[in-house]
Design a protein around this ligand. Structure first.
Ligand code: BGC
Length: 415
């Protein structure tokens, strides 16, 4: 869809569903609309319904949440903010700075959130000493999902390095298999870019370029190498990728139509929802060359201030989200890992167990970094500037050297 038509469609949908939540209800704006996401959302809905709280659903389709954030802005401008909103990283802080979010300190103190929520998440959940959102999970973007039968049939072992990966991709292509399932949306290309940049330059480079926004790193030969790697990937996706949503790309791996998808661990929710088992039907592994790093994003629910106090329903939602039992039940289905450090991994599958271990190891070794693609490295203006350059390059508008220059320019204007 053209951008203007898309925005108009989103705004029309907003106007239709702009009903304020009745007392006893929460109206929840979110972008969890794929099969796996909806299954996870149900865990939360049912939890609240069991407490007698009604759920007014406000789904806004669009992975990564860009469309949802457009709708949110329109709702707030119209003076009709939803009760609770799924949000990522810097977007939460931006809304907090506008004074739009309710203060959750009372519940946080009662339930001891300070002691159990990892610091990397608190950095986005607190503003000015106040808790302003309830963390649901921790996702990470540097994962690869693979169809096990296709790898076995082509005698391909899990690639550990970029060179192993290119060799595997070329072998699959020579055998007539589509090596990479890719969706064609800017946020998806940027998700791959998170991992590719980390793999090309390592953690210091990633931090310098995407978190410190250092011009030298942004304009470096390493960045050109990252774009060259993106071009390699572009050369090994099928020709119908343009406009494809991420979960349809996951379905290609599930159905054996492609071997690999580079995507955050929400992809695991799709495999599980299709009845597949890790290690048997599909494999999960860190993007080659990033085994020690985690590029994370955390979904949180921010409560829009409905005039002073947190409403009882908002409080119940926040409290339900942070409960250890919910953190396990929800994240087992969603593909993410808990947003608390004290939840057992017993109910998680092998990918989930690995995700929890990787997260703890990366946090303690200084290898945990916010995802650029999912709003945890830099504010939305910079993120969107990066999206524009990455997608233009991926779609062949310019070569890697030009992309590097465009990136330097776009980030310097946006920051
Ligand atoms: C969110 C995930 C979601 C994914 C795709 C990410 O930004 O953090 O919860 O599943 O987008 O929609």
């Amino acid at each position: 869809m053209k951008m203007r038509t898309k925005t108009a469609a989103i705004l029309a949908a907003t106007a239709l569903s702009a009903n304020a939540a009745a007392a006893g209800d929460v109206e929840v704006l979110h972008w969890w609309t794929s099969g796996g996401e909806a299954a996870a959302l149900n865990v939360l809905k049912q939890d609240l319904e069991s407490q007698g709280i009604g759920w007014l659903d406000m789904p806004v389709a669009g992975g990564g949440g860009g469309n949802a954030m457009t709708v949110l802005r329109a709702r707030v401008t119209a003076g009709n903010a939803p009760t609770a909103v799924q949000m990522l990283g810097f977007d939460i802080l931006d809304w907090a700075k506008e004074g739009a979010l309710a203060n959750l300190n009372e519940i946080a103190a009662m339930e001891g959130w300070d002691d159990v929520v990892p610091e990397a998440l608190q950095a986005f959940a607190k503003h000015d000493g106040k808790w302003i959102s309830a963390p649901v999970n921790v996702h990470s973007t540097n994962w690869v999902w693979a169809n096990k039968a296709l790898l076995d049939a082509n005698e391909i072992a899990v690639p550990a390095t970029w060179d192993d990966f290119t060799a595997a991709v070329e072998k699959l292509a020579a055998a007539g298999v589509t090596p990479i399932a890719q969706g064609g949306e800017a946020w998806q290309e940027a998700t791959v870019f998170d991992a590719v940049a980390m793999s090309a330059g390592g953690p210091d480079f990633y931090k310098a370029a995407f978190i410190d926004l250092d011009e030298e790193a942004l304009g470096s030969d390493t960045m050109k190498e990252a774009f060259d790697r993106m071009a390699f990937i572009r050369g090994h996706v099928d020709e119908n990728f343009s406009g494809r949503s991420w979960n349809l790309a996951t379905a290609m791996v599930i159905n054996g139509e492609a071997a690999f998808q580079m995507m955050g661990d929400w992809a695991k929710g799709e495999f599980l929802n299709a009845g597949q088992t890790p290690g048997e039907d599909f494999l999960c592994f860190r993007f080659p060359g990033t085994a020690a790093q985690v590029t994370f994003n955390a979904d949180q629910f921010a409560m829009f201030d409905q005039g002073g106090m947190v409403s009882p329903e908002q409080g119940a939602l926040a409290s339900a989200i942070l409960s250890p039992a919910f953190q396990s039940a929800f994240n087992v289905v969603k593909g993410s890992v808990p947003a608390r450090t004290d939840v057992s991994d017993a109910d998680f599958d092998d990918c989930g167990k690995q995700g929890m271990k990787d997260l703890a190891a990366a946090a303690s070794s200084g290898n945990l970094f916010g995802s650029m693609a999912h709003g945890h490295a830099a504010p939305a203006s910079v993120k969107n500037a990066v999206y524009d350059v990455v997608t233009a390059h991926f779609n062949g508008e310019y070569d890697s050297a030009t992309a590097v220059q465009e990136l330097v320019d776009a980030v310097s204007v946006a920051k």
